[in-house]
Design a protein around this ligand. Structure first.
Ligand code: SAM
Length: 579
């Protein structure tokens, strides 16, 4: 049966049918429910009791649930909630105070209530009223089925977590052994802001708060991260445990800011779940579990939720934030500053017009058009998916390179390349529609991520999108350098042997280990310019052996080796901004 938008199980319906007379006086009914289940103030007024009474009489069963996924609303299935509660309670027993700050339909509360006998107080908070009811009905059902001598005091509160008086709650529960459990919304403030700006932390409050300037200062922050910090702010001195299902990026962020804010949390664990299986979403997520009221900890053990197989310990180590302490320990000597400036590839935001194919001597585009262009401004183009091979000597796509450096006047195209100009001009509306502000006020058909370095004949490149830290050696094709798109990073060389040595060095076991130790593989863009700029070429080169390199690089001579050594000593480390 559905009432107040919530599902009510048969046992609870039976209970209210049996006690229908009691519904005539909601206060009396509240006392009965409290005695059975511990739930306080089940009905807030007589109208609510009357509505339920009417529903029971008319047995209204049909209602569809609204889709609340846009609000980050992913209710935890009961089986997962039970496993999480079981694991949490195996780490911390004898819980007396249970808190779920965004309790949804109450599966976590129920799972924890079922598995603990010494509870004294339970608090669930939820902004969506039908879920408040569903939680209350579920808990009532549990206690109707399993009568207990002593029941905890239970408050299921319809409230906004961002406005809840946690300070008061923390004071009244400070001596109770605590379990904060749950699954806060999986959504960022800007995603939420676009659909419901009321359901956001109050701006005026969070700026001043400990720990909050760091996340909110980022502009786009995760609501789950905010709620986690809120819990630490008020409850990190309670003896107990915190166990939240969150995106892995939230755990990373909390541990990262821990060095600045020193919450009294420690012995942290991240247990990766299969979010596709559990919630139907492809996102790296897990159970973030941390003990409260301990010396501040700065690392986190990552393991599999289902098998408990550990994968790494990440966090602060030797003053650096690293993904694998073990791998970092073995490769920390490579953590420095790259002798080469890593560049990202060409950015144009106009793929339909700028990216070309070739068919029977004509160029083609994604609009299905076929046309002639002068060859001069057309270059081969590689995307992330083209960088799977170790050595790349061909390309699938081409690109029109309209500028040799950022901001260059493009008037020359009209004079020197009339076909290319006619093509670009007739598609100008596609360029004008580009949303990014970087194109505003710039010459027609402007591109970014372009400079002398783009025209180096040999490149050593990597995709920013994949977990793989494999580097590819890119050769010129038909005497022309090949371009990379803006999902890739590269360094350029004039001479093949120098590029080959760099390629060999970057794919060497030690550099690979170093990269693995600092890259958080769950990130959307695991490989970044910042990561690559940390590779100390000199230190890596010192650890290579010429004889081994010779076996991998045909025709490598000692002279090449020595020139490379000089190159990495003299190459500028000055970073030139992309834009
Ligand atoms: C990811 S769901 C998880 C629900 C429940 N904890 C579970 O694990 O099944 C997040 C819940 O947070 C609730 N919520 C969202 N914003 C809230 C707010 N400002 N205050 C309280 N609850 C909120 C949503 O309605 C939703 O039920």
């Amino acid at each position: 049966m559905i009432c107040f938008g919530a599902n009510i199980g048969g046992v609870v319906v039976g209970f209210f049918i049996k006690n229908q007379a009691c519904l005539l006086n909601y206060k009396q009914c509240n006392l009965l429910i409290r005695k059975i289940s511990g739930i306080n103030n089940f009905f807030a007024n007589q109208e609510q009791a009357d509505e339920l009474s009417d529903k029971i009489r008319t047995a209204d069963v049909v209602a569809s649930e609204p889709d609340r996924r846009a609000y980050g609303d992913f209710q935890t299935n009961m089986s997962l909630a039970k496993k999480v509660a079981k694991y949490a309670l195996s780490k911390y027993r004898d819980v007396e105070f249970l808190l779920e700050p965004t309790c949804g339909k109450g599966n976590f509360l129920l799972a924890a209530i079922e598995q603990s006998s010494g509870l004294k107080k339970v608090v669930g908070i939820e902004i969506y009223q039908p879920y408040v009811w569903e939680t209350k009905f579920k808990i009532l059902e549990h206690f109707l089925l399993e009568r207990r001598e002593r029941v905890p005091e239970i408050e299921i509160i319809h409230a906004n977590v961002f406005e809840f008086p946690f300070e008061k709650l923390a004071k009244s529960t400070k001596n109770l052994k605590t379990l904060i459990i749950g699954n806060p919304p999986w959504v960022t403030n800007s995603e939420l802001g676009s659909i419901d700006s009321r359901n956001l932390p109050p701006k005026s409050n969070f700026k001043k708060d400990k720990g909050f300037d760091a996340i909110t200062g980022k502009g786009n922050f995760d609501i789950g991260e905010y709620i986690s910090l809120l819990m630490f702010k008020y409850f990190d001195r309670h003896t107990g445990l915190f166990a939240f299902l969150v995106k892995n990026s939230v755990v990373k962020s909390v541990i990262k800011y821990q060095r600045k804010y020193n919450f009294r949390i420690g012995q942290s664990e991240q247990l990766n779940i299969d979010a596709k299986k559990e919630f139907g979403v492809s996102v790296a997520a897990g159970l973030f579990l941390t003990h409260l009221s301990c010396d501040p900890g700065y690392t986190c053990l990552e393991q599999d939720f289902y098998t408990h197989k550990p994968s790494t310990t990440f966090g602060w180590y030797k003053n650096r934030f690293v993904y694998s302490i073990q791998d970092y320990d073995a490769s920390a000597m490579l953590d420095g500053e790259s002798a080469f400036v890593w560049r990202s590839g060409v950015k144009h935001d106009c793929a339909k017009v700028m990216e070309l194919g070739r068919n029977e001597g004509h160029y083609t585009n994604a609009l299905g058009e076929s046309f002639e262009l002068e060859n001069d401004l057309v270059y081969g183009l590689l995307k992330s998916s083209d960088l799977r091979a170790s050595v790349v000597t061909s390309f699938r796509k081409m690109i029109v390179i309209t500028q040799q450096k950022i901001g260059q006047d493009t008037a020359y195209i009209k004079e020197r390349y009339p076909h290319t100009y006619r093509y670009l001009w007739s598609h100008k509306s596609f360029f004008d529609k580009r949303k990014s502000g970087i194109y505003k006020g710039k010459p027609d058909f402007s591109i970014f991520g372009i400079g002398d370095y783009s025209f180096a004949p040999y490149k050593v490149a990597i995709s920013g999108l994949y977990k793989s830290t494999h580097f590819s050696l890119v050769h010129p094709v038909e005497g022309k350098p090949v371009m990379l798109d803006d999902t890739c990073y590269f360094i350029g060389f004039d001479h093949l042997k120098m590029a080959e040595i760099a390629h060999y060095l970057l794919n060497s076991a030690l550099v690979q280990r170093f990269l693995k130790s600092i890259i958080f593989s769950g990130s959307k863009r695991p490989v970044t310019k910042d990561i690559l700029m940390r590779i100390d070429f000199e230190s890596a080169f010192e650890r290579l052996e010429f004889n081994s390199a010779q076996k991998h690089i045909p025709g490598l001579g000692k002279a090449h080796w020595d020139v490379f050594r000089e190159l990495i000593k003299t190459e500028s480390t000055e970073q030139v901004p992309l834009f």
